[in-house]
Design a protein around this ligand. Structure first.
Ligand code: HEC
Ligand code: HEC
Ligand code: HEC
Ligand code: HEC
Ligand code: HEC
Length: 201
């Protein structure tokens, strides 16, 4: 029953967006505004390779990533570390960056060396291994989203606005639904650009 409903709703919204192709700017803007009432982007484009894929995107369904190592934001942030200690690009460029084992070991060559997890990390480094972190917040390539951290940090938008309170998280979990209306609503409020090409390529 649920699955049937999902397909029906998708079919409706597909029909509603069927003439998406190349409307004038005002029409597009009105659609963006209309979509934000739903709190989620209800656009289906042929960029999805299958109906199942489109349905998943449409309802914001995705599996939680499984990380290769029990890293804890909670423990580290209780130690007064700053985000930029590990996410070194976040204040200066588009990408925050996710730390590799050599960043961890700049501290852990000397800190908590008796802890089993830290020992196993040191062992990994000796064997030339690194962490294969899974992405938590990312967009499907088909959405062609362009995001940059630096302008937001300069404009004093808090990390927690977009990523939730990291002091309560072990590995990062998706706590904020950063769909298009989330971005566009704040840009409107802060008078930042809402040209399509600000956020899309
Ligand atoms: C305005 C919203 C916003 C703010 C503020 C923000 N982020 Fe992000 N962050 C994002 C989005 C969107 C992505 C996904 C970008 C992508 O993959 O295209 C992301 C991705 C990331 C990533 C993984 C990918 C990368 O960029 O290397 C890290 C780590 C991260 N953010 C850390 C931070 C930290 C630390 C802060 C605060 C200093 C912060 N973010 C502030 C929206 C935000
Ligand atoms: C700027 C220094 C610093 C960096 C960089 C750093 N840590 Fe830590 N780490 C600490 C401190 C401080 C503690 C707390 C030590 C304690 O409680 O005795 C800690 C604790 C830990 C623990 C032990 C947790 C427990 O109590 O069982 C692990 C595991 C760990 N870190 C993994 C990592 C990993 C993985 C990275 C890289 C992604 C990393 N650390 C990067 C400073 C750092
Ligand atoms: C000691 C190192 C360290 C510190 C300090 C740290 N992080 Fe992280 N962060 C990591 C590691 C390792 C990962 C990859 C594992 C995961 O997803 O949790 C990560 C992942 C993330 C992600 C998920 C990125 C993605 O899209 O995959 C976000 C968001 C993030 N961190 C935000 C923050 C914020 C905000 C702060 C400061 C309040 C912070 N982190 C402080 C090590 C750190
Ligand atoms: C809470 C408010 C807020 C949210 C949420 C937000 N932004 Fe922004 N954004 C800003 C502000 C403020 C600026 C800086 C504008 C300036 O410097 O004039 C900005 C700037 C940008 C820029 C740089 C624009 C330029 O002209 O260089 C891009 C790209 C961008 N945002 C994309 C996004 C995307 C994509 C999202 C959603 C994932 C998002 N933003 C969410 C407030 C926000
Ligand atoms: C402030 C940033 C921002 C602006 C401005 C913006 N978008 Fe988006 N848009 C996004 C983000 C982020 C997503 C991805 C949402 C998701 O995957 O949940 C998105 C998704 C989309 C999608 C869905 C793509 C897909 O199949 O997943 C379309 C179509 C789209 N935008 C068109 C537009 C058009 C047309 C404009 C100009 C009127 C525009 N966007 C302006 C941020 C923005």
């Amino acid at each position: 029953m649920k699955a049937w409903l999902a397909v029906a709703v998708l079919a409706l919204s597909t029909a509603a967006c069927a003439d998406w192709s190349n409307p004038p700017e005002q029409v597009r803007a009105a659609r963006v505004a209309a979509r934000s009432r739903w709190g989620t982007s209800s656009v289906y484009t042929p960029a999805r390779s299958s109906l199942a894929d489109a349905t998943r995107t449409h309802f914001g369904l995705r599996a939680d990533p499984v990380q290769p190592f029990a890293y804890s934001h909670r423990i580290h942030l209780a130690q007064d570390l700053a985000c930029v200690d590990c996410h070194q690009g976040v204040e200066s460029g588009p990408r925050a960056g996710i730390p590799g084992i050599s960043t961890c070991m700049t501290c852990h060559a000397a800190i908590a060396t008796d802890k089993p997890l830290v020992k196993s990390m040191a062992d990994m480094q000796t064997r030339g291994l690194d962490f294969a972190w899974q992405r938590v917040y990312d967009y499907p390539r088909e959405a062609h989203v362009r995001f940059e951290h630096q302008p937001h940090i300069t404009a004093k938008v808090e990390c927690s606005t977009c990523h939730g309170d990291m002091r309560q998280q072990e590995v990062a979990t998706r706590q904020v639904n950063m769909d298009m209306s989330f971005c566009v609503n704040c840009h409107r409020e802060k008078k930042a650009s809402n040209d399509c090409l600000t956020c899309h390529y």
